[in-house]
Design a protein around this ligand. Structure first.
Ligand SMILES: *[C@@H]1O[C@H](CO)[C@@H](O)[C@H](O)[C@H]1NC(C)=O
Ligand SMILES: *[C@@H]1O[C@H](CO)[C@@H](O)[C@H](O)[C@H]1NC(C)=O
Length: 355
């Protein structure tokens, strides 16, 4: 869409109207005529910043914030099972949309947002598990790169790093992004100390890049992407968030050891996996140098990469994935604080973009 925006300039609105309501009354999208007209009306007032949010727990603090002003005439539009909320944050027109859990929902929702609406960029926020023991619950992380860590080639027992993977020669899979050696995590005997050096039938897992088909590429001619960078301009603006005052206490009584901060980090990773496991968290940290671990961001990053739409994600840390001590998952105590901190940082970020 970005390329189309530039190409068509002023006639974009007309083009979208044609696209959505012209041909076959928009039935190609499964849209009713009333919906198509609403979309055209909304787009006329664009462009918008798309704000993509995993769930209500993370969205509600933004909806309740005085900084978010819903559009007085058309505050929301329900389309194809999704609710798009129209409004403003400061001087910026925004469209909020909730994805639901995990990569499929996140990708589909983001694509729908970019297909239907005139969106100049996407800001994603939420809470995340933490893989970086130097940071704390409530800190808002802004990674430079995101990867999907759930596309695997699971190597057969007996093969190792020197053996070709199936379909490697045709370019489908590669031995580039390291591997998880399951037997590194064996426990020797029931009373044993340290690791067993024995092998494990689960052998090795190799992480794979996604096949992508950019909007300005050749259809059916795949490219590959593993580390997806966020937008350089958005990243530069986000640097101004450092020093932002964030909440550090729940109910004013239960406080974090130090005030929460906004932190620029190198990388984050997403997959359809809820990581509440210390060994896997430590593997992700040492292998990929990631800080936030979540279940949506990379899908949104991959869609924005393919649609050539600027993208950034702010993820606040809710717990040290897999626990730091014997205590239970800290997300239950500090989750709401983490969600509020992410919202506070996003509101400030959008204000900075609009200024
Ligand atoms: C996997 O780890 C085990 C145990 O640490 C080791 O003996 C084995 O050589 C490793 N295999 C590969 C393929 O690296
Ligand atoms: C904060 O207050 C709410 C409502 O009274 C309560 O349900 C919750 O357990 C409290 N949380 C903490 C960490 O004290």
């Amino acid at each position: 869409m970005a390329a189309l925006h530039t190409m068509l300039g002023g006639s974009l609105v007309g083009f979208l109207f044609l696209l959505i309501s012209g041909m076959n009354s928009g039935k190609a999208y499964g849209l009713a005529e009333r919906e198509s007209r609403s979309i055209a009306r909304i787009n006329k007032r664009g462009p918008y910043l798309g704000i993509v949010i995993p769930n209500t727990f993370e969205m509600n603090p933004l909806l309740q914030s005085p900084s978010f002003a819903p559009d007085p005439k058309l505050p929301q539009l329900d389309i194809l099972g999704k609710r798009f909320r129209i409004g403003r944050i400061g001087d910026k027109n925004v469209i909020l949309v909730m994805t639901g859990l995990s990569m499929l929902n996140a990708g589909v929702t983001t694509q729908l947002l970019l297909t239907l609406f005139r969106v100049e960029g996407v800001v994603h926020y939420g809470i995340a598990g933490n893989a970086n023991p130097d940071l704390q619950i409530g800190d808002v992380t802004i990674p430079r790169y995101w990867a999907h860590g759930g596309l695997w080639n699971w190597q057969r027992f007996g093969d190792g790093p020197d053996d070709e993977l199936p379909l490697e020669s045709s370019g489908d899979y590669r031995r580039e992004f390291g591997y998880l050696n399951i037997s590194d995590y064996n426990i020797a005997g029931s009373r044993g100390k340290g690791k067993s050096k024995e092998s494990n039938y689960l052998n090795n897992v190799w992480y794979q890049p996604e096949e992508i088909f950019p909007v300005n590429g050749v259809p059916e001619e795949r490219q590959h992407a593993f580390w997806v960078p966020v937008d350089g301009n958005y990243l530069a603006v986000s640097k101004k968030l450092q020093g932002l005052k964030l909440g550090s206490c729940v109910n004013g009584t239960t406080c974090l050891p130090r005030p929460a901060t906004v932190v620029a980090v190198e990388r984050g990773i997403s997959a359809n996996i809820f990581v509440d496991n210390r060994a896997y968290r430590e593997f992700l940290r040492s292998k990929f140098n990631v800080t936030p671990i979540d279940m949506e961001t990379a899908a949104i990053a991959l869609i924005c990469l393919q649609q050539r739409t600027p993208f950034i994600a702010l993820r606040s840390l809710s717990d040290l994935a897999g626990g730091s001590s014997a205590s239970s998952n800290e997300a239950s105590v500090f989750g709401s604080l983490a969600a509020q901190n992410a919202v506070d940082a996003v509101i400030r970020f959008v204000a900075l973009l609009g200024s």
